[in-house]
Ligand binder design. Structure first.
Ligand SMILES: Nc1nc2c(ncn2[C@@H]2O[C@H](COP(=O)(O)OP(=O)(O)OP(=O)(O)O)[C@@H](O)[C@H]2O)c(=O)[nH]1
Ligand SMILES: O=C([O-])CC(=O)C(=O)O
Ligand SMILES: [Mn+2]
Length: 647
């Protein structure tokens, strides 16, 4: 494989085959397999130097200063935004690249119809060519990291090598990275190896040097996963989920495969702790597709008096049945240590907790710069400043017709800076899960909230999530796509097997007499005929949480959720809807029509949607669990009955 870049040609001069010395890591070269792997990658990629990332503040500050000098980062005003920086990416490296993301399982059926499958041996050969000499003239950093608290029973270890200092500092915020991880690995601990290169060597095959650019990357990208050998290879991008390999690549794609094999779950979910006025804590996880409100819900400031919400995680959850000595329920951890959140739309009115989190020590990427050295993005304030430097570094004035911040611009910040972070956010054993929410961006059809009848119906709700596409991935914004479990771009194996795994886990827990979390579907994004959002969203979403958790409570105390005088819910073809008055809509200024429209179910539109679900399910052939075909048939029967009633 040759990429159109003479600098990426194999070396011809003897000097360039000199391999960079791999220094002894802090604490000594205890792990022979790790050392051998680092040497192999250094030999392949030919960096000038290899540096171990120790996780210290000194090393991090050194890298930040170096990036300010090289132009990768702009230091923000130290009074307005202490310890904070702005990075502007290459304009073509602004989001995850799903069409360049590969699952290289031995059997294509194990990747399934929704992943880009590549033959592992073919991909390996291609990557050898692509990575050969790709770090020439650069430093290769070795980042040992833990997903989850160090040594925790649900945690996992990875080691990322990268030639991007931006990736290093981001990884030290987003994961627990550094020497402590090496201590934990000891001489023979298991780790997921992850190789990353921006794909722009500074020295060519003849030894000629070129000058660096602020955001090196390559037009041809590879985000390749080898699920059987649990390896990640990422080339050509420095951005987000493409490059911070602990995040989507490890904590979702590779971890989902580990979880399948070991009986747990790795999901694209936020985790939060909700406490009722009576002081009863609940834990909720929620799967929404990228840029559909996870960070916002995770930091929610409830508007319902007496209820509090605390943040545990905003993007990824690992769930595992509790072990011996526990009640055996599903417990969740947030495997990350920071937030890589969407900036646009984040403001004091929508997400005050995020705004308070972002006051210091933040790396912003692709937001706008104010003339006094602070940041701005659409939605931060109602009125934009009179003049800005936009995300591309160009002069910007209101009304110029371009967004000042890129729609997928992001902040990277430590979780512990969040004022709503829960004490238990880094509990190694995780928190017991009471409720699971599935949702997407649906302008039509999908009610504000409904509850699944049982676990299998809940899995059906997850499997049938569809959402209007956002700027978080490349591709047309607004187009409706199927995104089961919000995992379409993140499941490292056959999606139908993922559903079967969920069903099996439910059976296992029920078989042990362990209560399962209640499952709900939510939609904050339904629109009226005039195109306006019907639901105010954000803090008001607490009203939906309160209804859902009252349901959980009723079920736990043996009360029937649907019957009796205190009925909270009523049957519908789609699932249980809030009974009239059970979900408080008071004081929101909703018209009666809007309130009705939020919950309206159009049976004819749903019959059509069932047809789309059937087509989608058909893609999985015999791997589709029969339970899901039965769920679809049941839904059609209920819709048919409704149509026959003429309601
Ligand atoms: N209308 C409406 N918009 C919302 C709501 N919650 C979030 N948003 C907007 O949706 C966008 C994305 O929200 P996030 O909370 O960052 O989404 P996310 O799921 O964490 O995104 P990723 O980090 O890409 O996984 C932002 O522009 C928010 O302002 C809501 O309840 N209602
Ligand atoms: O992975 C990324 O680049 C950002 C993210 O959280 C998502 O897209 O879900
Ligand atoms: Mn995400």
């Amino acid at each position: 494989m040759t990429l159109v870049d003479p600098f990426l040609a194999p070396a011809t001069r003897p000097w360039s085959t000199r391999r960079a010395a791999v220094p002894t890591p802090p604490g000594g070269a205890r792990h022979a397999r790790l050392m051998a792997w680092v040497r192999t990658i250094a030999t392949l990629t030919e960096p000038d130097e290899v540096v171990w990332v120790d996780g210290s503040a000194t090393q991090r500050q050194g890298l930040l200063d170096q990036m300010v000098r090289s132009g990768t980062l702009v230091a923000l005003d130290p009074v307005l935004r202490p310890g904070s920086y702005l990075a502007r990416s290459h304009p073509d490296d602004v989001a995850r690249v799903e069409d360049r993301t590969f699952i290289c399982s031995v059997d294509p059926q194990d990747a399934g119809p929704t992943n880009n499958w590549r033959d592992p041996s073919v991909m390996r050969a291609e990557l050898e060519g692509v990575f050969a000499g790709s770090m020439r003239g650069r430093t290769m950093y070795v980042v040992p990291f833990s997903m989850g608290p160090l040594g925790g029973p649900i945690s996992q270890i990875g080691v990322q090598v990268t030639d991007s200092p931006y990736v290093v500092v981001s990884m030290t915020t987003m994961t627990r990275a550094g020497t402590g991880v090496l201590d934990l690995l000891g001489t023979d601990g298991r780790f997921v190896p992850a190789v990353h290169s921006v794909g722009m060597p500074l020295v060519d095959a003849d030894g000629d040097r070129r000058t660096d650019v602020p955001w090196p990357c390559h037009p041809t990208k590879y985000i390749a996963h080898f699920p059987e050998s649990r390896e990640i290879w990422s080339f050509g991008s420095g951005y987000g989920g493409n490059a911070l390999l602990g995040k989507k690549c490890f904590a979702l794609r590779i971890a989902s495969v580990m979880a399948r094999d070991e009986g747990w779950l790795a999901e694209h979910m936020l985790v939060l702790r909700v406490t009722s006025p009576e002081g009863r804590p609940f834990h909720v996880v929620a799967a929404f597709p990228s840029a559909c409100g996870k960070t916002n819900l995770a930091m929610l400031q409830p508007t319902v008096p007496g209820w509090t919400v605390e943040t545990i995680g905003d993007d990824i959850a690992w769930l595992r049945p509790g072990g011996p000595g526990t009640d055996g329920r599903l417990r969740a951890i947030n495997p990350e240590a920071g937030f890589f959140g969407v900036a646009p739309g984040t403001g004091p009115a929508t997400n005050p907790a995020a705004i308070a989190t972002l006051t210091h020590d933040v790396i912003f990427t692709n937001v706008a710069l104010t003339d006094d050295g602070d940041v701005w993005w659409e939605g931060l304030t109602d009125e934009p400043p009179a003049h800005l430097t936009d995300w591309r570094g160009e002069s910007w004035t209101p009304g110029c017709g371009r967004p000042a911040a890129h729609p997928n611009s992001r902040f990277t910040v430590a979780a512990e800076q969040c004022p709503t972070i829960a004490d238990s956010w880094d509990s190694p054993e995780g928190v017991p899960v009471d409720a699971i929410l599935f949702g997407g961006r649906r302008a039509t059809n999908v009610p504000l909230v409904l509850q699944a009848r049982d676990w299998a119906h809940g899995v059906f709700l997850g499997a049938t999530v569809a959402s209007e596409q956002t700027a978080a991935a490349e591709g047309p914004v607004g187009v409706l796509r199927r995104d089961p479990f919000a995992m379409l771009p993140f499941c490292g194996y056959n999606m139908a097997d993922h559903w079967a795994h969920w069903l099996r886990l439910g059976d296992t827990l029920s078989g042990r007499g362990v209560p399962l979390p209640a499952v709900f579907g939510v939609n904050w994004f339904r629109k009226g005929a005039d195109g306006r959002y019907l639901w105010p969203g954000f803090g008001e979403n607490s009203r939906v949480l309160v209804w859902a958790l009252r349901q959980v409570e009723a079920a736990a105390t043996g009360g029937s959720a649907t019957g009796g005088s205190a009925a909270l819910a009523v049957e519908s073809p789609l699932g249980l809807l809030p009974a009239p008055g059970a979900l408080d809509l008071g004081g929101l200024g909703l018209t009666e029509e809007d309130a009705a429209a939020l919950f309206a179910i159009d049976p004819a539109a749903w019959v059509e949607e069932c047809g789309q679900t059937e087509e989608f399910f058909a893609r999985f052939g015999e791997r589709l669990p029969t339970e899901l075909a039965e769920q679809l048939a049941g839904l059609r029967d209920r819709l048919g009955a409704r149509l026959a009633d003429g309601v």
